[in-house]
Design a protein around this ligand. Structure first.
Ligand code: RB5
Length: 152
């Protein structure tokens, strides 16, 4: 599995921990930064990771900021992205099983590194269940793009 990973300054330390762990586990990682705890803007990294995932260059994405919220908001503006913030194991599992999330977002100021690593592992190993969930995902993705009911 090839993964794209990115963070802002608030998520930098946790990103480094996750990256080292996943490299040890044999994953290929595209680390798009940031490279230090100097202040940066999370949408820049969210967009980079989301574009790598929706283009097919990477299979999944992981984004870390202070809460995981800003990263999810920004990544989900990229067509094809299904970014899910998860701060517990069940949310991580269901984000894959029911929502076919292709990007996981984490809050470094919210959860401890050991829980974050367990969430990442579960996110990566859980398959999408398809079936009735596929119909709903199709409806979610149909919300993308120009909307006939919104004047331009
Ligand atoms: C940065 O201070 C913080 O706002 C950011 O990491 C993130 O939590 C935004 O959602």
């Amino acid at each position: 599995v090839r993964l794209a990973i990115g963070s802002d300054h608030a998520g930098y330390r946790l990103k480094e921990i996750i990256t080292a762990t996943l490299l040890d586990a044999g994953h290929m990682i595209d680390d798009v930064g940031t490279g230090s705890e100097a202040s940066v803007d999370y949408p820049d990294f969210a967009a980079d990771v989301a574009r790598r995932v929706v283009s097919g260059a990477c299979d999944r994405g992981i984004l870390v900021c202070g809460t995981g919220i800003g990263m999810a908001m920004a990544a989900n503006k990229v067509d094809g992205a299904r970014a899910a913030p998860a701060g517990d194991l069940e949310s991580a599992r269901l984000a894959r099983a029911h929502n076919d999330a292709n990007i996981l977002t984490l809050g470094a100021r919210i959860i401890r590194p050991d829980l974050a690593l367990a969430i990442v592992r579960l996110f990566l190993e859980t398959p999408f269940e398809g079936g009735r969930h596929q119909r709903r995902i199709d409806k979610v993705m149909a919300l993308e793009g120009p909307r006939a009911d919104v004047p331009r």
